[in-house]
Design a protein around this ligand. Structure first.
Ligand SMILES: [Zn+2]
Length: 294
């Protein structure tokens, strides 16, 4: 769809439908318009670094709400659930795979178990894509909603061995330790995540974290481009964080040279009073990531 296309409706537009139109319009904006939207967002949002400590407000204004009240459509291929392995405590590691021909993107949440909002957001994306398969834009989308199931169940950053799975990747800067693992991929969870990368060979990866409130491109120009496009429709600004030793971002972005973005929510836990309102503010950024050829 182009930005000049028109929508045809046979009846009055209900609020939910209007919100969906806003989302489609936003996603169809040319890059110049994205830049303008980004400029507005940067003026209105405190972001990662701006403002004194304690001045940060939940940044949810100026982004579309999205709803999934449209029933699932018949004839759309169902996503496949694939087992990638098991955790230290024997929980299954699962990927949800939406079929597509254009290319593959992998999106995961919850690699740090004390950041459950990140798992909530990827699960929200899964629910949205099931109701709105046009959001796939022809791409194969591999979702891992719970990259660290044992840690999420226990509320711990690491897995059941107290190893940080985002420091356990085979990078040049890997630092062996009890907290990082004595060798790269020492943990069954990181091996299962690696299996997903080797099996699906994504050209782009988004890993959702919290609570640093920014969008961090890892690696080269493609990652930067994807981060900027996501930020244009997100409450969060782009900010380059340090390449952490043994992190997925360092592995996929710096070493595999994939388009790799670490999406840092501003809250570890989704606000319980209106979870969808919080998560939906971040959904457009993930949908932009899905449909781009980064
Ligand atoms: Zn994290």
């Amino acid at each position: 769809m182009t930005s000049g296309s028109t929508e045809h409706h046979s009846g009055p537009i209900v609020p939910a439908e209007r919100e969906n139109m806003r989302l489609r319009t936003l996603r169809a904006m040319p890059s110049g318009a994205w830049a303008a939207a980004l400029a507005v967002l940067m003026l209105t949002l405190p972001g990662c670094t701006a403002g004194p400590p304690g001045s940060r407000e939940p940044a949810q204004a100026h982004v579309p709400e999205v709803h999934d009240q449209v029933p699932e459509r018949s004839g759309q291929p169902e996503p496949e659930t694939v087992e990638l392995g098991t955790t230290v405590l024997g929980r299954p590691m699962k990927a949800i795979v939406f079929p597509g021909e254009e290319g593959t993107i992998l999106i995961m949440g919850g690699i740090h178990g004390d950041e459950p909002a990140s798992a909530d957001l990827v699960r929200r994306l899964q629910r949205y894509l099931r109701a709105h398969p046009e959001g796939l834009a022809g791409w194969r989308v591999v979702l891992i909603t719970r990259a660290n199931p044992d840690g999420l169940a226990a509320g711990t950053r690491g897995n059941a061995n107290a190893v940080d799975l985002n420091r356990n990747w085979p990078t040049d800067n890997f630092e062996p330790s009890a907290a990082h693992g004595e060798t790269p991929l020492s943990e069954p969870e990181s091996r299962a995540l690696m299996r997903a990368i080797e099996r699906y060979r994504p050209s782009a990866i988004v890993s959702v974290h919290a609570p640093l409130a920014c969008i961090d491109p890892d690696g080269g120009a493609r990652s930067e481009r994807m981060a900027r496009a996501m930020s244009a429709v997100s409450p969060l600004p782009v900010r380059n964080l340090r390449a952490m030793p043994g992190s997925l971002g360092t592995y996929a972005g710096e070493e595999l040279r994939l388009a790799m973005v670490t999406y840092e929510l501003d809250r570890r836990r989704t606000p319980p009073d209106d979870p969808d309102a919080y998560l939906d503010a971040h959904l457009p950024a993930l949908l932009v990531a899905v449909e781009g050829a980064w």
